[in-house]
Design a protein around this ligand. Structure first.
Ligand code: ZN
Length: 165
């Protein structure tokens, strides 16, 4: 029975998968067994092209993040003409788990990927976090605030729920 698996990512990283309980000496001997295969793979990896790709990805990320920052600030100010809440810092992040969040200190965080949503969905996320400045919960009062600008928030929410916070 073989519980381990060795794979190589497009980034040139080797990954050994094994059950949590697997003894480390068995993992080591498995890697030794595979050393020829590892050398073969290493020879064929084009590290220059990986570096180049990473550089391009980084530049692309930076560009998107700046675009997100500009758009989000604009939209925040636009909607806050209606709400008139006070917020502290606005951060644009690469969050894996949510579209946005609001801290007790009144800091707003947004996932830069919200610029990939439709305009209405993006604006909803912005208004959602904006309303947390007044109600740091998902109470009836909170949803009433959101509904002032997004009476159809339930439908939008359903669509983007996966990452919402
Ligand atoms: Zn929320």
């Amino acid at each position: 029975m073989r519980c381990m698996r060795l794979s190589i990512s497009s980034q040139g990283n080797f990954v050994v998968s094994a059950p949590k309980w697997y003894p480390i000496f068995l993992i080591n001997s498995f890697l030794e067994e595979k050393s020829q295969w590892i050398w073969e793979k290493l020879k064929n990896i084009n590290f220059d092209s990986i570096l180049e790709k990473n550089k391009n990805n980084k530049a692309e990320y930076k560009r998107k993040k700046e675009l997100a920052r500009k758009t989000i600030k604009e939209r925040l100010n636009f909607f806050n003409q209606h709400y008139g809440f006070i917020f502290n810092r606005v951060s644009i992040k690469n969050q894996k788990t949510c579209w946005g969040s609001c801290s007790q200190k009144g800091n707003l965080n947004f996932n830069y990927k919200i610029i990939n949503l439709s305009e209405r969905e993006r604006d909803y996320v912005i208004v959602h976090e904006l309303c947390h400045l007044r109600e740091l919960n998902h109470s009836k009062n909170f949803w009433n605030l959101v509904a002032e600008k997004f009476p159809d928030y339930k439908e939008i929410r359903k669509k983007i729920k996966k990452l919402e916070n």
